[in-house]
Design a protein. Structure first.
Length: 418
């Protein structure tokens, strides 16, 4: 194996996150008096590991306070955190988003209010605390969704539906998606939420391929849907990918909810496995081996079913209650099937290479990554070396060496290999 750096087409990271947020929010507050002094304002916070999210939320809250408003943070994450109010606060705590670190109260509840029906006749739910606020500000990263493809995928509109809908909304909309399609359901729900006039504005975030905050844009309610479509296009252009479209083996060191809603980004690994949605054409990977679960995932191993092989240590870290709750709600029980697993990485790899067809291990196309979010540096097998040398977007950053195992027959941790 040899270490390789990917040189993505990118845009620079925002240097002063706080100032950019204040500029955007100040402009948005000025849009048709979106927020008035004395207003109580609910601000959404989701369950993903978004770069600089604590700083972004703190800056939003600080700007609103300066304008005389009274902001509070609402966990907007559907059924995550075991579908309990306490569990959702704990999820935010793992991202260092607390009342102390943001200087803003967090009001968590699983109670919802039905606000009406969408154009498809689907009941629309919203978090009770957000409903009782004078205004709502929707904050989220805009990126590709792991379950479907469209002009609108994961972002502000999904946050208004799945996030603010709590478990009631998440369960209802996922069920409806099997009949009406995910994008249609989300758009219909968002239209109802926006139609109430409670949404002051949305704050869309786009990251570059190196997981850095690159775009922060405030969108008025009347421009939010079209604005998100534009940002979604930009997010797709900036999305990081694997260096090759056809592989025999992909080794993923870690999966987790903060990395992707499905633990491993389906658009990166080329496996959707979602009822009613077509599978992706690329990349094509014969076997996927995922080695471990991150502590930040809090035992939720949703998406483990994407893998062909895993380890006993990962399975041992699974908390089945939140994992099953999350993916039953999301209509994806197939994504939590436990793959073949062994005690050690060496045993797993022995089995992996027995199941890739008539390809010798030393001739197989193998890529190893830390996770599906961090793709700037990868390991590739010797069989891919000539292909690496022929490309301008790939740079050799190490020397060829055998896979490194520790005394317990597990691969050496990512940061200790080189």
């Amino acid at each position: 194996m040899i270490k390789v750096k990917q040189k993505f087409k990118s845009i620079p990271a925002i240097e002063d996150i706080g100032r950019e947020v204040r500029d955007q929010v100040s402009n948005a507050v000025g849009f048709a008096s979106a927020v008035s002094a004395g207003d109580s304002v609910a601000i959404t916070a989701g369950s993903r590991g978004i770069a600089n999210m604590r700083v972004i939320l703190k800056s939003v809250c600080g700007t609103l306070k300066a304008a005389g408003a009274s902001p509070f943070i609402v966990p907007a994450m559907g059924s995550h955190g075991g579908a309990t109010a306490e569990g959702q606060v704990e999820v935010l705590k793992h991202y260092n988003i607390t009342e102390k670190t943001t200087g803003t109260p967090i009001r968590s509840s699983m109670e919802t209010v039905e606000m009406g029906r969408s154009r498809d006749g689907i009941p629309v739910y919203i978090d009770k605390n957000a409903h009782e606020a004078d205004r709502i500000i929707v904050v989220n990263r805009i990126k590709q969704h792991t379950d479907f493809s469209g002009k609108i995928e994961s972002g502000l509109i999904k946050m208004m539906a799945i996030g603010l809908g709590k478990r009631d909304g998440a369960a209802t909309y996922h069920k409806a998606s099997l009949h009406y399609g995910f994008e249609s359901v989300l758009r219909g729900v968002a239209e109802v939420v926006l139609g109430t006039g409670k949404v002051a504005f949305g704050l869309g975030i786009v990251e570059n391929p190196y997981d850095e905050t690159a775009i922060i844009t405030a969108l008025r309610p009347d421009e939010l849907i079209e604005g998100e479509e534009r940002l979604q296009e930009r997010a797709k252009e900036l999305a990081a990918r694997l260096p090759f479209d056809e592989l025999d083996v992909l080794i993923i060191d870690e999966m987790g909810k903060e990395i992707s809603g499905t633990g491993m980004d389906s658009k990166v690994i080329g496996r959707m496995m979602h009822t009613g949605e077509e599978e992706l054409e690329t990349p094509k990977i014969t076997r996927i081996f995922v080695r471990d679960l991150t502590p930040e995932s809090m035992g939720n191993a949703g998406g483990i079913g994407f893998a062909d092989f895993t380890t006993r240590r990962l399975v041992g870290k699974m908390d089945f209650q939140p994992t099953y709750m999350n993916f039953i709600t999301a209509m994806g029980p197939q994504k939590v099937r436990i793959p073949v697993y062994f005690d050690t990485d060496r045993e797993v790899l022995d089995a992996v290479f027995q199941t890739i067809g008539m390809v010798k291990p030393e001739e197989s196309k193998v890529v190893r990554i830390k996770n599906t979010l961090q793709l700037g540096e990868v390991e590739v097998s010797e069989s891919l070396l000539e292909a690496v040398k022929a490309r301008d977007d790939l740079e050799i950053a190490g020397e060829l060496r055998e896979m490194q195992f520790d005394s317990e027959d597990n691969l050496m941790p990512w940061g200790e290999v080189y």
